[in-house]
Design a protein around this ligand. Sequence first.
Ligand SMILES: NC(=O)c1ccc[n+]([C@@H]2O[C@H](COP(=O)([O-])OP(=O)(O)OC[C@H]3O[C@@H](n4cnc5c(N)ncnc54)[C@H](OP(=O)(O)O)[C@@H]3O)[C@@H](O)[C@H]2O)c1
Length: 281
Amino acid sequence: MTAPRVSDHYRTAFVTGASTGLGRAFAEMLLNDGVRVWGTARDTSRLAPLAGFPGFTGVALDLRDGDHAEAIFHRAEESASGFDLVVNNAGYGVFGEFTATDFAMWREQVEVMLINTARLSHAALRGFHSRAAGSRKGALVNISSLAAEFPLPFQSAYNVVKAGLSALNESLMIEVAGSGIVILDVRPGDYRTDFEASVRRPSAGAATLRVGRAWAAFDKMMKSGPEPDHAAASVRRALLKGRSGTVRTGRFFQAVVAPFLARFGTLNLRRRIQAGYFDVN
Ligand SMILES: NC(=O)c1ccc[n+]([C@@H]2O[C@H](COP(=O)([O-])OP(=O)(O)OC[C@H]3O[C@@H](n4cnc5c(N)ncnc54)[C@H](OP(=O)(O)O)[C@@H]3O)[C@@H](O)[C@H]2O)c1
């Protein structure tokens, strides 16, 4: 008997933010499993590490422009004769106090990572719905974060984005039940990627001691996190199961212990523990 592969169920995939980190690991995992992948970056030269894989197509996409991003998605969808799998992964961080951050920068993060990700989810689901009935009509994999349940200090827009995205995923799971469409709400903990290096820090020059301590804790956790292929293996397992659901992934404490214990504490206790974890008491 041959080992199950993602391509047994899904033959084509669109993956945003495939140039580095988790997105690249998702793209590689799918390519290794025989899926044809259309992977995006703002500058396609950053996709060079994936170019050697047969079945990979690089796509230039910047999520800052929603109209453009949707048009690019449809163009790729046409060239693939439809996507079976859409992975909304692209994103970035902004680290700073709410009031020290330019509101335009705050708002842009919500537009790029929540509104325009919802827009691609909308386009993807319309494509899945238009297909003939079958056991697996398509899978939408939206990369949220454990920040959806444990908000990160001094990353307010990021927390809003991820809580909103997980709420969207939950809503969609209810809507698509019984349709053959799978929705995965993926919530990674800290992984060792380029994320931390690309975080914008609007108040870095004037950071308070608390902001500095929180950054040091964040920095330490990101640098000591698992490698991205660990998250790709979690997503692969979930895709092979073929059921909608939440995928918490990361080091055991963040992905298993903390969510389990959080069920039993009050919100106030949870806030105090979270503040201690980030040294901002
Ligand atoms: N690393 C973690 O610990 C962690 C934890 C929880 C959730 N996540 C989530 O996982 C996802 C990937 O993060 P990562 O850690 O892999 O970060 P990363 O290594 O910095 O990769 C981010 C990817 O997003 C793309 N991107 C950034 N801004 C974009 C924009 N405006 N339009 C289109 N693409 C853009 C980048 O492409 P370019 O080549 O164009 O720069 C890059 O491919 C994010 O949604 C993040 O919130 C990460």
